[in-house]
Design a protein around this ligand. Sequence first.
Ligand SMILES: NC(=O)c1ccc[n+]([C@@H]2O[C@H](COP(=O)([O-])OP(=O)(O)OC[C@H]3O[C@@H](n4cnc5c(N)ncnc54)[C@H](OP(=O)(O)O)[C@@H]3O)[C@@H](O)[C@H]2O)c1
Ligand SMILES: *[C@@H]1O[C@H](CO)[C@@H](O)[C@H](O)[C@H]1NC(C)=O
Length: 384
Amino acid sequence: MPAPVKSVLPVVLLGCGGVGRYLLRHIVSCRPLHANQGVAIRVVGVADSSSLLVADDVHSSGLDDALLTQLCAAKAAGSPLSALLGQGHCQLFQNPEARSKVIDAATMLGRTTGLVLVDCSATYDTVSLLKDAVDHGCCIVLANKKPLTGAYEDFQKLVSNFRRIRFESTVGAGLPVIASATRIIASGDPVSCIVGSLSGTLGYVMSELEDGKKFSEVVKKAKSLGYTEPDPRDDLGGMDVARKALILARLLGQQISMDNINVESLYPSELGPDAVSTEDFLESGLVQLDKSMEERVKAASSRGNVLRYVCEIGSTGCQVGLKEVPKDSALGRLRGSDNVVEIYSRCYESSPLVIQGAGAGNDTTAAGVLADIIDLQDLFRKTA
Ligand SMILES: NC(=O)c1ccc[n+]([C@@H]2O[C@H](COP(=O)([O-])OP(=O)(O)OC[C@H]3O[C@@H](n4cnc5c(N)ncnc54)[C@H](OP(=O)(O)O)[C@@H]3O)[C@@H](O)[C@H]2O)c1
Ligand SMILES: *[C@@H]1O[C@H](CO)[C@@H](O)[C@H](O)[C@H]1NC(C)=O
């Protein structure tokens, strides 16, 4: 016998791309599990870049599971959300009306139910909506890093009620990096440093170089394995790692912005997207980088070290780039596309807390988002 439902968590999802669709599938397939835990997730609205599909009466019901399943299929096939009209108890609103409909739902449900706004988009544009939702007492869950890595004031506003925001999947996909750091901080144990390899692509590339392979060949192999963005310079430039580093630095209380982070790009500006096409970069640009990379790998090896592309957040600020680490450390032993994070504090001084595992993928990321949503339910559990 499942336990009676003690809390209903209404959710509005912003973004139904790779991660958002996996999230909807997980929500539907976890119904029995959540019922056993006394929780029900009610998806009252789903938005993409142009419109919002919303349940007729957000007070009493959500979009039903059959509709959510159809929605996933339609979006995966490239259809717009409007293709789902006429399928049941829902309405469609185009931008900019869609935005005011989300605010309406936030006004109605925020304070009473903690309506969760889940951002699985990849844009800065959601930030003003998220800030308004915070004002209406809503909870926020993010896979999207951008709202947390813009102006410091935005970050401050979003985390102003820290119990009502979760953003685990912005760093290391499903890995509990933020949760672990938050627990250490909350216990009064000062975190002195976080060092992490937070790009599956660059983790793979750097570990392959140890075997003496050429940088250009390893990058092309990574691309053929689907580990890189369509233009590998989007990974090699380090900006994605820098965003994750900024989120961690701000979590540790540093009031900094992207401009304050030293980011080492693995290609020079002469080979940047403004100067060289993707094809030319892959064909003739990459090989120009082989020699200097080989020298750095050898120099590290002569000192018993290996090179890793890491973010390092310490008391003196935040750096992103290549760093020599001991072969015999969690970072040094890293192989393949895993992420690894070492957290140093008074309690974890000589032996850091290490979190390691797959750090990307739609499925894993969506699972992290779902766990974040469930984590918020206790705030609104009805007292018997
Ligand atoms: N995939 C991973 O491994 C991974 C890991 C960690 C974090 N993340 C983060 O998770 C987020 C989602 O990734 P993804 O791969 O699912 O991205 P995606 O496939 O590009 O999907 C983005 C979705 O957001 C929608 N969107 C765009 N602007 C919007 C707006 N203003 N309001 C509401 N929705 C909007 C898009 O609408 P249309 O359908 O109309 O284009 C699309 O449905 C990203 O921020 C990414 O960095 C991903
Ligand atoms: C994630 O989903 C997107 C959009 O459906 C897809 O293009 C991409 O290949 C998926 N990524 C993985 C690792 O499955």
